[in-house]
Design a protein around this ligand. Structure first.
Ligand SMILES: NC(=O)c1ccc[n+]([C@@H]2O[C@H](COP(=O)([O-])OP(=O)(O)OC[C@H]3O[C@@H](n4cnc5c(N)ncnc54)[C@H](OP(=O)(O)O)[C@@H]3O)[C@@H](O)[C@H]2O)c1
Length: 327
């Protein structure tokens, strides 16, 4: 027997139940991982709430963790029992003491990276990796806008931009979060609860605006984001923290200056094992050399049984950096 989180109906954090289950043996192309630390991601709240419906209910939750391999399926060739591994793109069910994961979604963990660092950074770091180097290639000295810059993805983005020498303008919901984003390497910050995003971006860029906006806040910032873009700029809408962007009239891209818009997802960029190895190596190298520090505040390490509290904190905007569940 093992313990996991499951939910039987979509809803608020209260639908999450901590219960026992009998883990299945891994399929031929899977390994079984005993999770040591589990990543909490905003996307998990979309799955729980029904914004991203699961295939069936009751369902497990979560797609990211790090731990030790305890069993391997008959066709697995690159991973053995005892390996330290991390994953960020499993089928739902990572909020669990053990989870079966496809070999193709497993990254081997370098000795220099702890389970907690890996579980707190893999999905968020792979996201920053494809956003900064594939969706658009950020350049040294390039000024760009990144929303929710003190969050899990945001604090890695600030540090990665800094490592490249790019100038990230980070939006945040409080002055404390502004200090955290600045400390992580944001070039400038905007507190969008009391400052006008577009006016501040115009000031910071001497009226030029920016060529790319990375927007995971969604509904609440969509229009401001478009208004911060230069002619032919790129709007990267990659999340829904304030609700999804819907009903867009494409004419708005013409009116705002022949803009481009994309709605990417990590699974559209990191699909093969090679792509996973490449992205995770880039991330883990930066963590191992101290260029990226993974920020996991002590009060954001929740016991697995308290997954509902972790979701509440995330949705109440009470977190910064990454949150973990500890089995
Ligand atoms: N497309 C992809 O490939 C991909 C992959 C990973 C993550 N994401 C997206 O990236 C975003 C960040 O993910 P994360 O796990 O690192 O979460 P997070 O940034 O740690 O938490 C979300 C943050 O969004 C901000 N926010 C703004 N409006 C909000 C609202 N109405 N309700 C709640 N939060 C609001 C809050 O920061 P402030 O208090 O500073 O406003 C909050 O802390 C999420 O939108 C997620 O869906 C997308």
């Amino acid at each position: 027997m093992a313990k996991h989180i499951k939910f039987s109906a979509a809803g608020g954090p209260e639908v999450l139940q901590y219960c026992e289950f009998v883990p299945a043996d891994p399929a031929p192309d899977e390994v079984q991982v005993e999770n040591k630390a589990i990543g909490v991601n905003y996307i998990d709240t979309y799955v729980r709430s029904g914004l991203y419906p699961t295939a069936s209910l009751p369902s497990g939750l979560g797609m990211e963790a790090a731990g030790v391999v305890t069993q391997v399926g008959s066709q697995v060739t690159s991973i053995k029992v005892g390996d330290r591994v991390a994953y960020a793109q499993s089928a739902v069910g990572a909020y669990s003491e053990v989870h079966n994961v496809k070999e193709s979604k497993i990254a081997l963990l370098p000795d220099a990276i702890s389970f907690e660092q890996a579980a707190a950074s893999l999905l968020k770091g792979l996201t920053v990796y494809y956003l900064f180097f594939q969706t658009h290639q950020i350049q040294k000295d390039e000024i760009f806008l990144f929303h929710a810059a003190a969050g899990g993805v945001g604090s890695i983005a600030c540090q990665w931009a800094n490592a490249v020498g790019a100038k990230l303008i980070g939006t945040v919901g409080s002055d404390d979060k502004a200090s955290q984003a600045k400390a992580a390497g944001a070039w400038q910050t905007i507190n969008y609860n009391r400052e006008n995003i577009v006016e501040r971006v115009l000031e910071m860029t001497d009226g030029e605006k920016v060529g790319v906006v990375y927007d995971s806040v969604g509904k609440a910032t969509w229009l401001d984001s478009l208004n911060c873009l230069k002619r032919r700029g790129l709007m990267v809408s990659f999340g829904n923290a304030s609700g999804p962007v819907t009903g867009v009239d494409l004419g708005i891209l013409n009116q705002k200056g022949s803009l481009f818009v994309t709605r990417p997802a990590v699974n559209g960029y990191i699909t093969t094992r090679e792509e996973l190895n490449e992205g995770s190596k880039a991330l883990f190298d930066l963590i191992a050399t101290g260029k990226i520090k993974i920020n996991i505040p002590e009060n954001q390490k929740f016991p697995l049984s308290e997954a509902a509290a972790a979701h509440q904190a995330l949705e109440n905007r009470a977190t910064h950096g990454s949150s973990l569940l500890i089995p």
